[in-house]
Design a protein around this ligand. Structure first.
Ligand code: FMN
Length: 178
């Protein structure tokens, strides 16, 4: 699939087709593509906790509000995304390089996550990034170390239906050329 097509076809999907599966190898491929994204000094601080069994997915759902639990029905896998703190955007001595500090870790993870969702679409899967989640429940259920900032949960599955793109801002309102 062409990149432009994958970008155009990717949508946040909240209704997945029942009976679909994804393999560990496909998930490894998707997450490897995430790892090819650029990161601060190649620090690669993104980490991925992949729930593939129904039992593991239910442990992720314990950390989601009801509306997001409902958004994950029939998903093939749920991925918790985190990053190791105080590395991206920091010197080797642990001093922040500038005012953004650990926001660079979130920036890097976002770049990786975009690769992840586009590669998923590329191989026929759909996704939903969820930022509304309870990080402490997820940390306890998956034994995620305190050194990692928990960011999102990403559902992967096969869409039940095509959904239209929510309206985007006009280019002139987001781009200034000098
Ligand atoms: C950081 C982030 C957090 C989000 N959190 C949620 C969420 O908790 N629940 C949800 O249903 N959608 C969530 N979304 C999906 C957005 O609502 C969606 O991306 C936006 O409406 C644009 O639609 P599109 O992804 O189909 O282009 C999130 C998206 C991002 C990037």
């Amino acid at each position: 699939m062409e990149l432009r097509q994958a970008i155009a076809e990717r949508r946040s999907i909240r209704k997945y087709k029942p009976g679909m599966t994804i393999t560990k190898d496909q998930l490894a491929d998707i997450i490897s593509c995430a790892g090819e994204a650029p990161t601060w000094k190649n620090s690669q601080t993104g980490r991925y906790y992949v729930a593939l069994s129904e039992e593991a997915m239910n442990k992720v759902r314990e950390g989601l509000p009801e509306f997001n639990v409902n958004n994950t029905i029939n998903a093939c896998a749920l991925i918790i995304t985190t990053f190791e703190m105080k590395r991206s955007g920091f010197t080797r001595e642990g001093v922040a390089e500038n005012e953004l500090g650990d926001q660079w870790g979130a920036y890097d993870l976002g770049l990786q996550n975009e690769n992840l969702v586009l590669r998923a679409r590329d191989i026929g899967y759909d996704t939903l990034i969820m930022g509304i989640r309870d990080s402490e429940v997820l940390r306890a259920n998956f034994d995620i170390p305190e050194s990692q900032q928990i960011v999102s949960v990403i559902a992967i599955g096969v869409k039940e239906d095509t959904v239209p793109m929510p309206k985007r801002k006009e280019i002139d309102s987001v781009m200034k050329v000098f």
